[in-house]
Write a protein that binds this ligand. Structure first.
Ligand SMILES: CSC[C@H]1O[C@H](OP(=O)(O)O)[C@H](O)[C@@H]1O
Length: 350
């Protein structure tokens, strides 16, 4: 692959460690305001994950890791094991912030291991682990972008869902990283972005991110996706993931499952791009995934303005599961898995 100027397409950093605090780009306010929320303790980080100040599977894992570093400032201990005992309430609070993306629990497990492996130098070990988790994610995303783009024929047009870019990761993105690399290499001519109701990650975040790169996407209503595929306009649907199970079933933003059904029906290829930190071999299949349900009020309002009739009920699951049979390819930094199933997943990650 010809040299690719990653930095040109990787300008946004949603998470900043200042040395004393964590600053999080407030994704609730984008694209109309670029403000950072200052988190001086782990409880503020847990709240920021829960209220979507920071969101995106890898990003919430990275934020939680820094939350653990902040929590460590509040305890005294002679060894890492002793520190972990005293940090357990903080770890549990951070882990409980959101249930579906495995990256949150995965990052905290790494931080636990770093403490258990450390002696008196446990504070430095914890800091190093948080830094490593973030730098590894950025490297994984850039590799994944190149791998995924290599599968896309020049002149292709793609549809993506939700936001899987720099805002959702340590940088560059997962599915949006594949798209960035594909555009840069002339493989992708046009990017369609689904608005992604109710939180509008597509309309507010993906569009804004791509604009920073000089890539101008075409926004569509979620309800227009199947019709777009029927026109033959797109060759790929490229999405991220929050948890990829042992058999390849994949949890992702609500609306992904119906995209996969429409894609299969219309002969559009379906790619899931996610770092290996999103693979969870402990979860056998999609039926075992806890699907987060958020407050109905998120369905009743847009931008704080009520758009639904009063005195009604709503059901607001914010993820769904795409069965592995509907996924043509899963791309991680470790490689490409075509027609994913349990044998392929265990061979690649077991
Ligand atoms: C690379 S981000 C993966 C995943 O996270 C997003 O969910 P949310 O915005 O609720 O955190 C979405 O499902 C992305 O595809």
């Amino acid at each position: 692959m010809e040299a690719f100027d990653f930095d040109r397409y990787d300008r946004v950093r949603p998470i900043r460690w200042t040395g004393d605090a964590l600053e999080l780009l407030d994704q609730r306010k984008l694209p109309f305001a670029v403000d950072y929320v200052h988190c001086g303790d782990y409880a503020a980080v847990a709240d920021a994950i829960a209220n979507l100040t920071v969101r995106g599977a890898p990003a919430i894992g990275i934020a939680a890791a820094w939350g653990a570093v902040l929590a460590a400032r509040e305890v005294e201990a002679d060894t890492g094991a002793q520190a972990l005992e005293r940090l357990e309430p903080a770890f549990q609070r951070l882990n409980a912030a959101r249930p579906t993306a495995v990256n949150l629990a995965w990052a905290l497990a790494r931080m636990r291991r770093a403490l258990l492996d450390a002696g008196a130098g446990w504070r430095e070990a914890l800091l190093r682990e948080a830094e490593t988790i973030a730098t590894e994610d950025l490297a994984a995303n850039r590799r994944m972008g190149a791998l995924g783009a290599s599968m896309i024929e020049p002149g292709s047009r793609v549809l993506t869902h939700c936001n899987t870019g720099s805002l959702a990761t340590a940088g560059f993105g997962t599915a949006l990283g594949v798209i960035r690399a594909g555009v840069a290499q002339g493989r992708i001519d046009k990017v369609f972005a689904g608005e992604t109701r109710p939180w509008l990650q597509g309309a507010r975040l993906t569009v804004w991110e791509l604009q920073q790169d000089g890539i101008l996407p075409t926004l569509i209503a979620d309800a227009a996706a199947a019709h777009l595929m029927r026109t033959g306009e797109v060759q790929w649907v490229i999405v991220g993931a929050d948890r990829i199970c042992a058999n390849g079933d994949t949890a992702n933003k609500i609306g992904t499952y119906q995209l996969a059904i429409a894609a299969r029906h219309h002969g559009v290829k379906f790619m899931v791009a996610a770092p290996s930190s999103t693979v969870d071999l402990e979860t056998p299949s999609g039926d075992a995934i806890h699907i987060e349900e958020r407050e109905p009020t998120e369905l009743f309002h847009i931008g704080g303005v009520r758009t639904a009739a009063e005195e009604i009920e709503a059901w607001n699951p914010v993820f769904d599961v795409t069965p592995h049979e509907l996924i043509d390819v899963i791309v991680t930094e470790r490689g490409i898995i075509e027609r994913p199933d349990e044998a392929a997943m265990r061979a690649a990650f077991g």
